[in-house]
Design a protein around this ligand. Structure first.
Ligand SMILES: NC(=O)c1ccc[n+]([C@@H]2O[C@H](COP(=O)([O-])OP(=O)(O)OC[C@H]3O[C@@H](n4cnc5c(N)ncnc54)[C@H](OP(=O)(O)O)[C@@H]3O)[C@@H](O)[C@H]2O)c1
Length: 298
């Protein structure tokens, strides 16, 4: 019978930001890391040292025979090819082998070659961001309390829950056919707010004044806090939801002159803001139509 306790031997493929964080957390929770494989031996060695693992390599042939949980943390584009190669390794015990990847967009279907040989595949996507220049230890400190999107067969769920409980997180189950939509939502939640902040920084720079990040920090933090307390529908403020038509026209004309490449994103974001205002009942459908016209036609 497959072991479900913390001594299940783990191998990690992909010693990058996510892989290093998972390896560190699993190691701290008592899981023995029995092999670390990466594209470069240097990355594999660095991570192996951190988690007291003796086996590291840039070759899949070094995967430990002891492995009972295989965690792939390499980029999603590499998964299919890696899994095909793993399926051809003769010394791995596939029956009952838990195998997972951490991609938000791929599903567990990519593991088909291993599933056919008796492995139990799933995907486990941490709903967290892993930027460059943060050490695995700092990143590990940001992991307790996060949620992991699980997708895969029911047979993998108790094991995934056990892992996540040990990482002090919780699980939401994402249906396979909705996984891509789930990932788009994560991109909107995590990446695009930063794109907007980047745009704001550029606009402040073009003022040639000394507006710095710290000056806008209270505005950004209060907006996010309000969105979590009240929901985005209620927390949203600004000219689009106030229906300040002259201000919107003025913004678009100014952007056209000074930063024309922001015009389209300003228009589309404004239109989304009007949609939110309509949903929340703050603006009548008729008023929304007028504001939308200004966004589209100025
Ligand atoms: N970054 C995030 O915020 C985030 C959040 C949630 C999920 N994810 C998912 O996590 C995965 C990894 O992302 P990451 O940010 O950790 O990327 P990363 O820091 O670039 O790490 C990827 C690692 O995979 C290794 N690798 C690349 N090709 C390989 C191959 N053919 N065989 C073995 N190892 C290979 C690289 O090796 P070398 O170092 O040896 O070159 C690198 O260490 C992706 O699927 C991503 O979607 C990322």
């Amino acid at each position: 019978m497959t072991r479900l306790h913390n001594s299940i031997p783990v191998s990690i493929i992909g010693a990058g930001k996510v892989g290093s964080t998972f390896a560190l957390l699993l190691h701290r929770s008592g899981y023995p890391i029995v092999s670390v494989i990466s594209k470069s031996k240097k990355s594999a060695k660095r991570l192996a040292r951190r988690v007291q693992c003796k086996v590291f390599s840039d070759s899949l042939s070094a995967l430990s025979t002891e492995t009972r949980f295989l965690l792939l943390t390499s980029p999603e584009e590499t998964l299919a090819e890696l899994i095909r190669k793993i399926g051809a390794i003769s010394h791995i015990h596939y029956r009952g082998l838990f195998c997972a990847h951490v991609s938000g967009s791929e599903t567990s279907d990519v593991f088909m070659p291993l599933k056919k040989r008796g492995a139990v595949p799933f995907s486990l996507h941490p709903i967290q961001t892993f930027p460059k220049n943060i050490s695995p230890a700092e990143q590990a400190a940001k992991m307790p309390g996060i949620t992991y999107g699980f997708e895969g067969p029911q047979s993998a769920l108790p094991f995934a829950r056990r892992i996540v409980r040990n990482l002090q997180g919780s699980i939401i189950v994402v249906p396979k056919e909705k996984k891509i939509l789930y990932h788009i939502a994560c991109v909107f939640a995590s990446n695009y707010p930063l794109v907007m902040l980047g745009a704001a920084e550029q606009l402040f720079l073009s003022l040639h004044t000394k507006v710095q990040r710290r000056h806008v920090r209270p505005l950004v933090e209060a907006s996010i806090e309000n969105a979590f307390q009240l929901g985005a529908l209620k927390a949203l403020t600004g000219p689009a939801v106030r229906g300040s038509l002259d201000t919107i026209r003025n913004h678009i004309r100014t952007l056209k002159k000074i930063n024309p490449h922001y015009v389209e994103v300003y228009r589309q974001s404004g239109l989304l803001a009007v949609q939110l205002a309509r949903k929340s009942g703050r603006l009548s459908p008729r008023r929304c139509k007028t504001i939308e016209n200004v966004f589209q036609k100025t």
